[in-house]
Ligand binder design. Structure first.
Ligand code: IYR
Length: 222
């Protein structure tokens, strides 16, 4: 197998510009907060397509791109999705979670009701492919699947936020019902739902989520 190369399109920036851009992106991302009250207002599909294309640029194992994004617009599948997810969530909140987990969630104010699963304009169900490859129809082993899909989800969320949309990651547990609803193969693992749309007017987010750890609590330099 050949290993051809291509010239990298790279323009070095003046240091002041680098700093300004890095800080501007930090400010942009700092303003993102998960919300749970979505407006039903439609959002153009091309914004979702661009976010998925952005996610698809994620670094990943052997460039096998081991992800699938199943997009659910408003409609009957969403009614099914909500019913299935809320059934899981009821079991979770009514005991399966355990006391420690429920205590950790208390400051978020979440419960088993997930109306946004039906009302938000778009939901992206993200799947991880254990097998695949760079080309359609490949059935090769994939590598670093959860790392790759995790990075892709981060880029997807950043793109949606940058486009001016609100986001929510949602992980009903277990999520196997997504395989049926999205008609995905059994060897693909549902990873998370990314809910997106406009926030309702005067939307809020939990104060608990506002505080982010300072640099010295999340890093060291040696
Ligand atoms: N999936 C549940 C519970 C939940 C768990 C965590 I960890 C969160 O950060 C938020 C919620 C739910 O969506 O309610």
């Amino acid at each position: 197998m050949s290993h051809d190369t291509l010239p990298l399109d790279f323009t070095e920036l003046p240091e002041a510009d680098m700093r300004e851009r890095a800080l501007a992106f930090f400010e942009t991302m700092k303003a993102r907060h998960t919300i749970r009250d979505f407006s039903e207002r439609p959002v153009p599909r091309d914004l979702i397509e661009t976010a998925i294309l952005t996610a698809g640029t994620a670094p990943n194992g052997a460039n096998h791109q081991p992800w699938w994004f199943s997009v659910l617009g408003q409609g009957p599948l969403r009614t099914q999705l909500r019913a299935a997810a809320e059934a899981e969530e009821r079991a979770f909140y009514e005991g399966k979670a355990g006391e420690e987990w429920l205590d950790a969630l208390a400051p978020l104010g979440t419960d088993a009701n997930k109306p946004f699963l039906e009302t938000a304009p778009w939901i992206i169900a993200v799947f991880a492919q254990r097998r695949g490859g760079p080309n359609p129809g490949d059935r090769k082993k994939n590598y670093y699947v959860s790392e790759s899909v995790g990075i892709a989800c981060g880029l997807l969320i950043a793109s949606l936020h940058q486009a001016g949309l609100a986001t929510l990651t949602h992980t009903p547990n277990p999520m196997s019902f997504l395989t049926q609803i999205c008609e995905r193969p059994a060897d693909e693992k549902p990873v998370m739902l990314i809910v997106t749309g406009y926030p309702i007017e005067h939307a809020t987010y939990p104060a608990h989520a506002a505080s982010k750890k300072p640099l010295d609590q999340i890093s060291d330099f040696r």
